[in-house]
Design a protein around this ligand. Structure first.
Ligand SMILES: [Fe+2]
Ligand SMILES: [Fe+2]
Length: 268
């Protein structure tokens, strides 16, 4: 099977990019499944049922999130009712929502088994990240063990800042999951590879939104913030909108990755 993972969708420009580019990408790559990080989809901060609805309507099957999870209070509704919405797994026990799910791939092209199930897992790093969450590596390993009882095809969005933590986390899970792709930095890295155990990896998928910006926000207020150390309003920028992510091909029988390819598409 082939899946597309889309890096952090920032504001309305990001949602527009998904709406306009996803149908073409689905066809071009013969995609079976699409996962997107939606933590910045509402005005650049957080996610609401409305922005999540727009992303699902555009053809995304599962939405992951990260440290901006709580920025919009309406997220509580998603956490309570939307099974296709994931939050980082490693929140303390009792936190609303879920960190993983097993989903059925609609109309798979596979000859191996039908229907195909895919496990999706969202985990947050602990190095230079707020708030401090529970142990990412150990909880992820336990969750992967549970997911593997149902399917060998497992995708992990590791929402983290430090490249060392991201690489170590993915190396730790090599051979146990199909892919680990990082999010959060909003800067796409060029280190896509498949580890010896068969896990596809990319340190960061990048972000989907306006790239004439600082990580999706207007440039001037961010410069001013660094110059003066005074708080500024960071509006979502407008121009040079791109969709960033990665396409991953997975062997259905073994769950091992066959290919990983970075995606960076302009919205014209
Ligand atoms: Fe983000
Ligand atoms: Fe983040």
């Amino acid at each position: 099977m082939k899946l597309l993972f889309i890096g952090d969708i920032v504001g309305q420009p990001g949602r527009n990019a998904v709406k306009n580019l996803l149908p073409k990408l689905r066809e071009q790559h013969a995609l079976d499944f699409v996962i997107a990080n939606g933590e910045n989809s509402a005005g650049g901060s957080g996610i609401t049922p409305r922005t999540a609805g727009e992303i699902f309507d555009a053809g995304v099957d599962v939405i992951t999130s990260g440290d901006h999870l709580w920025d919009q209070k309406e997220v509580m509704e998603l956490l309570a009712n939307e099974k296709r919405f994931l939050r980082p797994l490693n929140y303390p026990a009792g936190t609303p929502g879920r960190g993983s799910g097993v989903f059925e791939v609609q109309s798979p092209k596979s000859k191996v088994q039908s229907p195909i199930s895919i496990g999706v897992l969202n985990v947050q790093g602990r190095t230079f990240m707020q708030p401090p969450l529970e142990h990412a590596f150990l909880l992820a390993a336990e969750e992967v063990k549970r997911l593997r009882e149902r399917t060998k095809i497992i995708f992990v969005d590791f929402h983290a800042e430090a490249t060392s933590e991201k690489i170590a986390f993915a190396r730790f899970l090599d051979g146990r999951v199909s892919a680990v792709v990082g999010t959060h930095t909003h800067v796409q890295t060029a280190d896509e590879q498949i580890f010896p155990g068969g896990t596809a990896y990319l340190t960061d998928a990048g972000f989907t939104g306006p790239h004439e910006s600082v990580l999706g926000r207007e440039i001037e207020p961010v410069i001013k913030r660094f110059l003066t150390a005074m708080p500024q309003r960071f509006e979502v920028a407008k121009n040079r909108v791109q969709l960033h992510g990665a396409v991953i091909e997975i062997d259905d029988a073994s769950g091992k990755a066959v290919k990983i390819q970075r995606v960076s598409e302009n919205l014209i």
